[in-house]
Design a protein around this ligand. Structure first.
Ligand SMILES: [Zn+2]
Length: 426
């Protein structure tokens, strides 16, 4: 059934209910008849205000002309009104469950009822769908709930994440708590972090992983790093990976993550190694890294896994702002014999506005590389580059043979852009 069927059906039933209620409230009007307001005995032949039938004495003459309202029917008309609401709510109830129709406060209070798992599931659903600061954000929109409601939600996150509910539900609870906790004063943030950190040795590996990644933004960096360290030896690969992702987040706040990340570079899983290289790049970008970290990242080009080798140039690129040697290393990657390193470097140089001339020169050389993969990557990067910084290379771009469609499109676009600048410049 389409939604309009339920809405218009609900509207019709509701209208009938309202009409019934109105008719019952207007009631049987006196139209000049004198009637006892209690038993409705006809008092047109009676003198005075006392009813000869039931003995009730009306207070004033006016009372004898009261309309006779049908109170029982007024109550009966509540039934079609409820039915109308029930009918109109069907589409939403069908899509999101009956709990989605509950008012916010009722829902939040239901969190406290033992065994009502649906209340947490529905709160969690609304939190992700409507109570965040924006789409894709993981920050709560404080105005959506009262403080006591946020508090109850946080407390029930604690209950759920330490319960025996399904893994995904528990991990969601950790995530929600790590987000909501930021609304509370610092001592509460610390205590919620403690609750999450206790799950770092949970028997369920996915819970350990969730605690490693989601908890860190609440923790004081030095303590959080110390607690993540043992997870780098976890048997489960995802736990080690999420521990490194947690360290990556912490790297924005502290350079003390370096020893742990260097250790993770030797992990047997390529994903963990790749994440560790990326996290070291964060340290490089902050300028808080020891020069030896750059060498550790650069050594990744010898990794056995192509996906790790490809990621190295990205991390080296992040060191360039603070470490003069980084561009040299980056150029050697652009000219590497390893195709994966070369294409990784070509991707990593795109949209950079500070690349030195020798790197731009290597980029243009790659347009005529023997490998079509490399030529395509070079063309892609070229189309993102700022035309102004390519100015010294226009003659070389004109000389690039227009055999590849991708390459000729990118080169053509840059040449036309350069012409347009030349015309508008005095
Ligand atoms: Zn009477």
């Amino acid at each position: 059934m389409p939604d309009w069927f339920f809405w218009s059906g609900g509207a019709i039933i509701g209208l009938l209910g309202l009409m019934l209620a109105a008719w019952a409230l207007i009631g049987d009007r006196s139209r000049g008849r004198r009637r006892c307001p209690k038993c409705w005995y006809d008092m047109s032949a009676t003198i005075g205000l006392r009813c000869p039938e039931c003995g009730r004495e009306a207070k004033r003459e006016k009372k004898l002309f009261k309309p006779r309202r049908r109170w029982r029917l007024v109550f009966v008309s509540v039934i079609p009104l409820l039915a109308a609401g029930f009918f109109a709510a069907q589409p939403q109830a069908h899509r999101k469950g009956w709990a989605s129709l509950l008012p916010r406060s009722v829902l939040i209070l239901s969190l406290n009822v033992r065994g009502w798992d649906w209340a947490f599931d529905e709160t969690e659903r609304r939190f992700e769908a409507k109570w965040l600061a924006g789409p894709g954000s993981d920050e709560p929109n404080r105005r959506m709930l009262y403080d006591w409601q946020w508090r109850m939600f946080a407390e029930s996150c604690v209950d759920v994440m330490t319960s025996d509910r399904p893994t995904l539900t528990r991990v969601n609870a950790i995530w929600s708590l790590s987000s909501i906790a930021t609304l509370f004063p610092p001592q509460d943030v610390r205590s919620y972090y403690e609750r999450i950190a206790r799950l770092l040795d949970d028997p369920d590996p996915q819970v350990r992983a969730g605690a490693a990644l989601y908890g860190v933004n609440l923790g004081e960096p030095t303590a959080a790093i110390a607690r993540l360290l043992p997870l780098l030896d976890d048997r489960n690969q995802q736990v080690r990976e999420f521990a490194v992702l947690g360290l990556r987040l912490l790297s924005h706040r502290s350079a003390q993550t370096a020893p742990a990340l260097l250790k993770a570079l030797n992990d047997k899983s390529w994903i963990v190694r790749k994440q560790a290289i990326g996290a070291l790049g964060v340290l490089g970008e902050r300028g808080s890294a020891e020069p030896t970290l750059l060498d550790a990242v650069a050594a990744g080009v010898a990794d056995s896994d192509a996906r790790v080798r490809r990621s190295c140039p990205w991390a080296v690129r992040r060191f360039t702002a603070h470490e003069p040697r980084a561009w040299q290393i980056f150029e050697s990657m652009l000219r590497s014999d390893d195709e994966d390193v070369r294409s990784g470097a070509l991707e990593a140089i795109s949209d950079s506005t500070d690349a030195p001339a020798n790197c731009l020169s290597a980029l243009i050389d790659a347009l005529t590389d023997p490998s079509p993969v490399i030529r395509t990557a070079a063309a892609e990067s070229l189309s993102f580059m700022d035309t102004e910084q390519l100015r010294p290379f226009m003659d070389r771009l004109k000389a690039v043979p227009m055999t590849d469609p991708g390459v000729s499109t990118a080169v053509g676009r840059q040449l036309r852009a350069a012409d347009a600048i030349a015309i508008t410049d005095p």
